[in-house]
Design a protein around this ligand. Structure first.
Ligand code: M6R
Length: 615
């Protein structure tokens, strides 16, 4: 969490950093701050609130000139969001300023040592401890900034992406990474650093992604130097050509990124399929699978690790893999898996699913799985992300940048990709007949156009949202492949509208949640044609007789649920295993419209951040 940006070159650093911070606000938006070197001194300004608040605060300042600077947008970990805890932080001498994304776990012990040596602290942050540790190292051996940062980082435990400025050597930014992402943009006589490439994409498409325990010393008018923090080795990094374009990270006329991303799903799924779903050849081809087919086929079991929405995609995949390929699958919260001493061996395949590819718990789960000898396959969206590099092999979803904190197109592209994987394995194992396999490929191919149709329910969903926007609780029910969709629908509503919602397998309702049902309770029931339809109709009747308000998600042409429900939203017919790709669309729209009607900040809901790079 937290976004960091830095610039060193010949342009106005302030405007580049402010624009860059706005693009990184998905990573946190509790406070924002900037440090600029104007040729004379380092100017620092910071404020609780959004980057817009910072921009307003510095608008009339005269000392925001200069072409070197760093900036930060915060998701609070240590210390409440306020002006003092905002970054950048000064060292005691005010010679150093730092911005930091991550957590220094042993900060309390270091802080105590520094206090014993006479240092004072103004904030509650671990970051202020780190900058003073660097200063202390500098003083103890008259070290240059780069060396002092390196020595200090070898003493800390935790995660960081940092950038440090030193008033004594102002034409230099020292940046380093462990556990939190950091990219260096390489332009013509100018350099950028950022948590991802979006702040510099219009200036350069050349990027270096620092690996864990690597640092960069970026200097004005000179080549940067790259060093391994532990071994002190200088190295030449790989410069990646970025394919990201500026249009992809802008709203393009939509009121919110979330809405844009919901409507992008047909194209995003086509991009996931590209080169892989070869219907005319009757093939699914994915190099990550082809190269490791034996590992999948010989796997004792597949364990899926993920968090949040990605975990819900993993649950859908469990149903798909077990049904189609008959491989046993377990789905685990990465945060539980990493600490519960799981049984995982070299006979297992672990699939890690993550949109950002930076989720700390998922990354830790991968490391544990690797230590136990398992083969790890990553399903990520962000190219070059930590998880995609840590996994033995993997496949990108190619959904394009997802900026809204509430995940939408990441979910459907993850399911699409996992469904292709399951089909490829089913073919190899012979668990599907040739005709069923071919039918499934065609069904997959038609999903994007069916999502286009499902999106046409937008107006109707908005009307339904008007009816229920003031409800204080919602239930979401689904069965089989659509049980995880019920969980996902509830999560979407909770995170952006702050309305309490629970997802349940429909049959579990009578084991408890039914007690909640009265005339004030809206219940979203996923009741598509295939998959225990008659049983769901019975559940709907049970709700009806307790006066609950029923919003049914049904297959086109449905009559039974229509006769019972207060509202129905139709989706096109598809194969049962692919129905989550369609049933989730009205649920995304419902949460979106309710949040808009309640005037919530849809793209940046309170307390959340897009990528959770801390435990
Ligand atoms: O980047 P990841 O897919 O690893 O992120 C996992 C969760 O943090 C994420 O899905 C989160 O639950 C979303 N806000 C849900 O909309």
């Amino acid at each position: 969490m937290c976004g960091i940006v830095g610039y060193i070159g010949h342009r106005d650093a302030c405007s580049i950093i402010i624009k860059g911070l706005k693009r990184l606000e998905y990573r946190g938006y509790d406070s924002a701050g900037i440090a600029l070197y104007d040729g004379k001194g380092i100017y620092v300004s910071k404020i609780k609130g959004k980057v817009n608040d910072l921009e307003e605060k510095i608008a009339s300042d005269k000392n925001t000139n200069g072409s070197i600077g760093i900036g930060h947008t915060r998701w609070a970990t240590h210390g409440v969001p306020n002006d003092i805890n905002s970054h950048p932080h000064y060292s005691n001498s005010r010679n150093l300023v730092i911005i930091h994304n991550g957590i220094i776990e042993n900060y309390a012990a270091i802080k105590q040592e520094l206090i014993n040596r006479g240092y004072t602290f103004h904030s509650d942050t671990d970051t202020e401890v780190l900058v003073n540790l660097i200063e202390d190292v500098q003083k103890s051996g008259s070290y240059m900034l780069g060396k002092a940062v390196q020595i200090a980082l070898n003493q800390v435990v935790g995660a960081y992406a940092i950038a440090v400025l030193d008033i004594k050597k102002p034409n230099e930014i020292v940046a380093a990474r462990l556990g939190s992402p950091l990219a260096v943009g390489v332009g013509k006589d100018e350099f950028f650093i950022a948590s991802d490439a979006s702040p510099f994409i219009e200036y350069t498409s050349n990027a270096i992604y620092l690996e864990d325990e690597e640092m960069a010393i970026i200097r004005q008018h000179k080549e940067p130097r790259f060093r391994k923090i532990k071994t002190d080795l200088l190295f030449t990094p790989y410069v990646q050509k970025l394919k990201l374009n500026i249009e992809e990270i802008e709203k393009r006329g939509y009121e919110h990124f979330m809405l844009k991303e919901i409507f992008e799903q047909p194209q995003a799924i086509k991009d996931t399929y590209r080169g892989r779903l070869l219907v005319h050849n009757g093939l699914v081809k994915m190099s990550g699978i082809e190269d490791n087919l034996e590992k999948f086929l010989n796997a004792q079991k597949i364990t899926i690790v993920a968090c949040g929405t990605s975990w819900h995609a993993g649950l859908v995949a469990e149903y798909i893999f077990e049904n189609l390929a008959r491989i046993p699958v377990e789905v685990e919260y990465a945060s539980e898996f990493r600490y519960r001493n799981p049984i995982v061996t070299n006979k297992d395949v672990v699939i890690a699913i993550s949109q950002s590819g930076e989720t700390a718990d998922t990354l830790a789960a991968i490391k544990l799985a690797k230590e136990n000898g398992a083969f790890v396959f990553g399903v990520c969206n962000v190219v070059g992300s930590s998880i995609s590099r840590e996994a033995h092999a993997g496949a990108y979803t190619h959904a394009g940048p997802e900026i809204g904190v509430a995940s939408t197109k990441a979910f459907t592209t993850q399911i699409s990709l996992l469904a292709m994987m399951a089909l490829r394995l089913a073919k190899a194992k012979g668990t599907l007949s040739t005709s069923d396999f071919k039918r499934s490929l065609v069904a997959l191919e038609t999903i994007p156009s069916k999502i286009e149709i499902a999106l046409k329910s937008d107006g109707l969903v908005k009307e339904i949202a008007e009816n229920y926007k003031d409800a204080t609780n919602f239930l979401y029910l689904g069965r089989g492949f659509n049980f995880p969709v019920a969980l996902e629908g509830a999560l979407k509503l909770k995170e952006i509208s702050y309305i309490h919602a629970e997802g349940y397998p429909a049959a579990e309702m009578k084991h408890g949640p039914i007690a909640l049902i009265d005339e004030n309770m809206p219940i979203v029931v996923i009741a598509t044609k295939y998959g225990h339809y008659e049983k769901i109709v019975s559940n709907v009747q049970e709700i009806k007789s307790r006066k609950g308000k029923i919003i049914g998600i049904v297959t086109e042409g449905d009559t039974q649920v229509k006769a019972l429900a207060d509202h129905v939203i139709e989706i096109p017919e598809t194969s049962e295993f692919l129905s989550p790709l369609l049933t989730t669309i009205p649920l995304q729209l419902l949460s979106y419209h309710i949040a808009v009607l309640l005037e919530k900040n849809v793209d940046q809901p309170r307390n959340l951040a897009k990528s959770v790079t801390v435990e």
